[in-house]
Design a protein around this ligand. Sequence first.
Ligand code: SAH
Length: 357
Amino acid sequence: MNSCRICGLDVEEGDICQECSSQGNTGPSSSVAMKINKKTLIVFSSLVAVLFLFLFGFFFFNQMLESEGLRGMNTVLENAGAVSVKAGISGNNSKAGNLAVAYDITKQTNRPPIRDLNGYLKWMHENTAEEVDFITARWGLASKYIESKELVGDRVIEAFLLTPREHFVRKPNIARAYDDSWLPIGHGATITDPDVVAMMTTSLEIEPQHRVLEIGTGSGYQSAILSHLSNYVFSIEIIEPLAKETDELYTSLEADYPTYKNIHRKLDDGFYGWEEYAPFDRIIITCGIDHVPPPLIQQLSNDGIIVAPLGPPGRQYIMQMRKEETEDKKIKLTRRDVYSGMSVSFIPFRDKKGQAY
Ligand code: SAH
């Protein structure tokens, strides 16, 4: 005995339903049909459940990526030939947002050998228009500083070997470009001793995605080196004609030295930093002062490093300072002397009236 599909009355197996026959009903409900219907329902609801779980999982995972900041793990994002950096990717609390990069150093594949002189000379001959005497002298200085541990790390060594100091000294001093000393560059300023540049650059511990701020552009030599180490170099100079000369020099060299396109420069008093692009991961002060200007500490990211010549006029010690935020949200600066207690004499850090700070 089965029941009718329409009215539910009892109907003999194979019989037409007495109640519903006039409506064209074919009689007893088929148990096979019922089974098929049940199966279809189970398969269909399983599919819906799987789809729902999949959508929910995708949404949840997406949310997790956003909140952990994992999307920003890639340091550079290529965008129509230019490269931009997402705020905060260098692990700091950057507010400056996207910043275009004219030339991406991380994409550079053709690199000079830095361990053998002949390979280096050959590479420089094939890839630059630089004179062999200058290149050989540069190798000589680099070898000396590697030995004295003033130049440490492959990236810093390479940056030093790729920077033509002969373009940054003044014409009358060109034969002295690779002397182990500072040289005058006019306007009461100097190009810093190459060993001091090597040591300060080494102690900055720069990564390509770091924002690096230099106070005291001067000849432009230090920033030229920095531009091989980071895609984001900022440099401030206070003497107007000097800033203009160096700006023109960079522009004239850009075709042969494309990393100089990444050097953002400004005429101003560097005491106040460069708020618009802060925070910086690294700051280098290249004029002498007896304290670190508070705005620069403020514009340094947590875990950032400042390297500066600190001390009274004519007698500074090169200090590397690290900024940390303590658990109770206090700012802690730890410092170490990077020149084993030796003092150096830097051009004074001056205000806009020419007064030393
Ligand atoms: N980094 C330079 C060193 C130049 S000497 C180089 O590689 O050649 C120091 C420079 O600091 C001078 O050019 C001087 O004019 C500049 N300077 C001094 N006080 C400054 C200030 N308040 N803001 C920016 N630059 C300053």
